[in-house]
Ligand binder design. Structure first.
Ligand code: FES
Length: 99
């Protein structure tokens, strides 16, 4: 997907794959990926603010907090989980398994 240098701690990158978009986060050296679609009303979840220390994204549409690594909603109005994807680092590249 991209070299590790392009995704330093505290940053996110959007990856487009077919019909879906995924946000890949570096949370202090831990990589997690979550679909860029809020479970509440399809808001562009990964295009809003996020808290890299606490590990949650804030939906820009209605403000739900979503745990980036588990996809679990932490606050209303979202109640359903958001899809997550495994991330690994392979030979200096960050790779997301979208299958
Ligand atoms: S669409 Fe995300 S909180 Fe409503």
């Amino acid at each position: 997907m991209c070299p590790v240098e392009d995704l330093p701690p505290g940053t996110v990158k959007l990856v487009h794959a077919g019909q879906i978009t995924v946000g890949v986060y570096n949370l202090g050296g831990k990589y997690c990926a979550i679909e860029d679609r809020c479970s509440h009303d399809d808001g562009p979840l990964c295009e809003g603010e996020f808290d890299a220390e606490e590990g949650y994204a804030i939906c820009p549409r209605h403000g739900a907090h979503i745990d980036i690594c588990s996809g679990r909603p932490l606050t209303l109005p979202a109640v359903l989980p958001v899809e997550t994807f495994p991330v690994r680092v392979d030979e200096g590249l960050v790779k997301v398994d979208l299958s």
